[in-house]
Each structure stands twice: as C-alpha cells, then as structure tokens.
Write a protein that binds this ligand. Structure first.
Ligand code: HEM
Ligand code: PLO
Length: 489
C-alpha cells in the first residue's frame, strides 16, 4: 500500500547565516528587500530556521489572504520579543499582544472608542481642520525659506491623536512636545532593530547602548502617559462622569467591569497597565504612521511636480479658493485620493506588517505550518508583484483611476496597506481622514518645491518598525489666489 504523506513543510533556506551575511553585504537591514529578492531562488513561500524560532516568509497575496483572512484566527498570535515586552509591559497592549479573550475585549473597546470620537464625529473633522490651519500658518510664515516639514507634520498629527486620547493639544515649541518627539524617535529607532535581533539572532549588531536608549525612552513615555492617566482619574474622582476622550472611555469600561456590569467581560481583568499600554499603542501608532505617510507624500510630490499640479487643478475646480476643503469633498477629489493610495502602495508604512504566530498547526497553500511558527507577510513583495502591477516600481497615481478619472478602490487584489482580518489596522479610517484633509488644505494654498541649492534625496526608505522617509527641505510658496490674503481665505 501507499505510505501516508508526511507533512510538506515550506522550502527552507539552506542555512540562515547566509542571510546574515547577505544583509551585511547590503550594508543595512532592508529586510523587506532581501526577503523579496530571495523569492527568485526559493519561490514566494519559504522558511528560515534559527534555533528555536521557525520563521515562514509569505510574499504573495493569495497566501497572505489565507493567513490574514481565511485562517485569521489561527494565525493571530504575536511573538514575544525583548523590546516589545519592554515597550508594552509584556504585551498588555493591542498590537504586540498575542491572541487572548482579554486582547479581543480590549480591541473591541478601542474600536468603539475610535468610532465614537473619531470616524463618525464632526468634532474630529473640526480638530483636524484646526491643525491643518495651523500647519498652513507655519508654512506661510516660513515662505521661501527652506523648511524641514517633518516636525510640523508631526505636531499636526500628534495634536489630533492627543485630543482623541486625552482631550489636549500642544503649541509650537511646547517642551513636553519636544520631549515626546525625542523619545518617540528613540523608540522607532530601536524597537524594530532589537525586534529583528529576536527574530534573527545573527543580527547581533544590536549594541547594549541601544537597549539602554530604548529603556530611557520608554521611561519618559510612561511618565507622560502616567501623568495624563492621573489627571483623568482625578476628574473622575471629582464626580465628572462625562466621556470626552478615549482615556475616559477606557476608564469607564474598567469601572463597569469591576462592578460586573459587562456581560462581555465576564472573568476578565483590565488593569491600569492594560489601559496605559493600550492608549500608548494608539498614541504611538496614531503619530508615527500618519506622519510617515505625509512625509512620503510630500517627497513624492517634490519628485513629481506634475502630480502636484494635477491635484491643485482638481482642488481649484472642485473646491476653489472661497472655502476650505472638507471631508465631504473626498468623492470629488479622486486624483488626490488616488495619490494617497499610490503612496501607500509604493512605500507601505509597515512593509512586513507585525509578525504573526500560528497558534496551532495549520497550512498555507499546500504547505504544513507547525504550531508556534512566526509568519512574516512581506507587503513589499505583494505591492511590487510584477504579475499584479504594471511597472510596480513606478509612482503612478493613475493606476487607481479608470479611463474617466473615476476612483478604482483596488486595481489589484494584491493591495493590503492596512493588513486584513482580525489583526487589521484599527486606525484606517482615522488615518485616511487626516491624510486627506492635511494634504488638501496644504496643496490648496501652497506649491511645494525643493529649495534652490538643495538636493532632493531619492525616495529610499529606511526599514524599521515603520518604513521611514529620508529627511529633506521644502520651499512652500503661496499660490496666486492667496496673494495679498496672508494665507487666510
Ligand atoms: C496595525 C497599517 C495608521 C493603530 C497595523 C498593521 C498595519 C497597519 C499594516 C498590521 C496588521 C497586521 O499585523 O496584520 C497602518 C497604516 C496607517 C496606520 C498604513 C496609516 C496610513 C494607524 C493609526 C492608528 C493605528 C492612525 C491608531 C489610531 C493600529 C493598531 C494596530 C495596527 C492598534 C494593531 C492591531 C492588532 O494587532 O490587532 N496598522 N496603520 N494605525 N494599527 Fe495601523
Ligand atoms: C511607535 C513609537 C511609539 O513611541 C510607540 C509605538 C506604539 C505602537 C506602534 C508604533 C510605535 C509603530 C507603528 C506600529 C504601532 C502599532 C501598529 C503600527 C507598529 C512603536 C503598525 C504600522 O503596524
């Protein structure tokens, strides 16, 4: 008779030190590019083995959809790493916490909190527009002199998330804001690097001084979170029962649980640490991701002035100069929306998502995946797949439009900028609102260019916990319709 077939594991790289030396050769740790390149030799699904960690790399959208959607729950674990344990007090947050009933409950709470104060709320649109106005004011004041827009974009985005989470905001030059900028950069610089060391121990390039830096940054962040938390607790203790922000909503949920009012939360305990780390996630994700996309977009607009001009023509036609852009204009501005979509394709914020873990033995395609395997979805490969995208390396917003210039939401199934399934991004709607409004306000009034004498860096990313854009200077010039109007219609 025939033998029962044994498990059919994905093709394995011959020996993992090779990758270590490949990365060294590349001179950096652009892992998404390396993983993408390895497909040529090993196919789109392959594995690496390192000590106790078995890692599967997925480079095609059909396998990615199986992992994220069809078998989403099976693959909804997260690995524990030294750095994320430090950042999240051993996974008491959402993004780096493995699947558990408490995690599921936390996610639900935040989701409904974001719906309440975010997506569906006019108040949020007003807050974003306020920040957009302040951004335009700064651009107007530094007209014709070279400006690094990064801190300005960060402050605008931070204030939106701040009012969402804490019902507060920062002025230009606020020392607390400067401190926040610093610690957040420190975390972004170190979390992923060490995270990679956890997954790829041969990347022993992680010096202890980085771990020390991370600890310091996390401490500063925790103090800031703790302070906001204390303020909110005090106002509750004073009898205020109003829910003005996400922190209030989480505090009230915790109280309800303690009074056994919540049927959903039977037997679960939401500690102060859980609340703090959850808000820390939303704050961190809220700031770093949206700011990164804005930086990439401005960089591409400087590289492609014809794209910028087309967006401005669309704005002139559909909005004019008598009023500000608003969310209701999104339908009428397909070219701007297409540009945002194209930036999210060509430079995905999170090119390897966050690693997933198989909670039980499972399969991807015809391959057996052992329990505990780490699964890395290479979004970079998926967004640059030549079978799915015409000239994928080319920046072309037009691919998101049909012949009549109408918006195509997904020209290929091979497009997952926010992930999918039960781990899908919680902030997609918020991020899209911000990206649209900030860009529409800025481009309605200003033309952005590279200042004379400056060299624009090529759009090459730096791999980290997000794919970071290079630094560059911008010259903002008030457009004709606003001459003599000091930038205020
Ligand atoms: C997770 C993309 C903005 C909150 C993720 C993931 C991606 C992503 C790819 C990982 C999915 C996975 O591991 O399978 C983006 C992009 C953004 C953005 C492209 C901006 C354009 C935001 C914002 C927030 C946010 C503004 C906060 C309000 C989160 C959270 C998770 C997450 C909490 C973890 C979800 C989980 O593990 O269950 N995001 N994100 N994101 N995002 Fe975003
Ligand atoms: C960014 C630095 C902050 O200080 C802490 C933080 C919290 C949540 C993280 C975020 C950082 C980076 C982007 C992440 C987000 C959760 C989801 C998001 C990883 C580390 C993405 C793009 O997946």
């Amino acid at each position: 008779g025939r033998l029962a077939p044994g498990p059919n594991y994905p093709r394995s790289l011959p020996s993992w030190p090779i990758i270590g030396s490949l990365l060294h050769l590349a001179g950096n740790s652009q892992l998404h590019l390396l993983f993408s390149g390895l497909q040529r030799k090993y196919g789109s699904l392959y594995s690496l083995r390192m000590g106790s960690h078995y890692v599967v790399v997925v480079n095609s959208y059909c396998h990615a959809k199986e992992v994220l959607l069809k078998k989403g729950k099976t693959f909804s674990g997260r690995p524990r790493t030294v750095t994320t344990d430090l950042l999240t007090r051993e996974g008491k947050d959402i993004a780096f916490a493995s699947y558990s009933p408490l995690w599921k409950f936390q996610r639900k709470l935040v989701h409904s909190g974001l719906c309440m104060f975010g997506e569906g709320s006019l108040a949020l649109e007003k807050i974003i527009c306020q920040e957009a106005a302040s951004l335009c004011q700064t651009l107007g004041a530094s007209q014709d002199t070279p400006l690094d827009m990064a801190p300005e974009l960060t402050r605008a985005v931070t204030n939106v998330v701040c009012s969402l989470c804490f019902n507060s905001s920062y002025q230009r030059g606020d020392p607390e804001f400067e401190a926040m900028l610093q610690y957040s950069q420190g975390i972004v610089d170190t979390v992923a690097r060490e995270g990679l060391v956890d997954i790829f121990p041969w990347l022993q390039l992680f010096p202890n001084k980085d771990l020390a830096l991370l600890k310091r940054c996390v401490e500063v962040r925790d103090q800031l979170l703790q302070q906001k938390f204390a303020e909110h607790k005090v106002s509750r203790a004073r009898g205020s029962d109003s829910v003005n922000d996400l922190m209030d909503a989480l505090l009230r949920a915790k109280l309800n649980m303690e009074n056994n009012n919540s049927r959903l939360a039977q037997g679960l305990e939401l500690t102060d640490d859980h609340l703090l780390m959850t808000v820390g996630d939303i704050f961190g994700a809220g700031v770093e991701t949206t700011t990164t996309v804005l930086k990439w977009t401005v960089l591409y607009l400087l590289h492609y002035p014809q794209v910028q001009r087309k967006i401005q023509e669309e704005l002139d036609r559909e909005v004019g100069s008598e009023r500000h852009p608003q969310l209701g204009d999104r339908q009428q501005l397909p070219y701007l929306e297409a540009t945002i979509s194209e930036v999210l394709r060509i430079r995905p914020v999170s090119p390897l998502l966050i690693p997933h873990v198989a909670l039980t033995e499972a399969s991807i395609g015809e391959y057996t995946i052992p329990k505990g395997a780490r699964v890395i979805i290479n979004l970079w490969s998926i967004h640059h797949d030549e079978k799915e995208w015409d000239k994928p390396a080319e920046f072309n917003p037009g691919r998101f439009l049909d012949e009549e210039g109408k918006r195509i939401y997904s020209p290929s199934p091979s497009y997952l900028p926010f992930g999918a399934g039960i781990r899908v991004c919680l902030g997609e709607a918020l991020a899209k609102m911000e990206l649209f409004l900030f860009l529409a306000w800025t481009l309605q009034r200003f033309t952005l260019e590279t200042p004379a004498g400056h060299v624009l860096p090529p759009p090459e990313g730096r791999f980290g916990v997000v794919l970071q854009a290079p630094r560059f200077q911008v010259k903002a010039t008030l457009r004709e319709a606003w001459h003599g109007l000091s930038g205020e219609p």
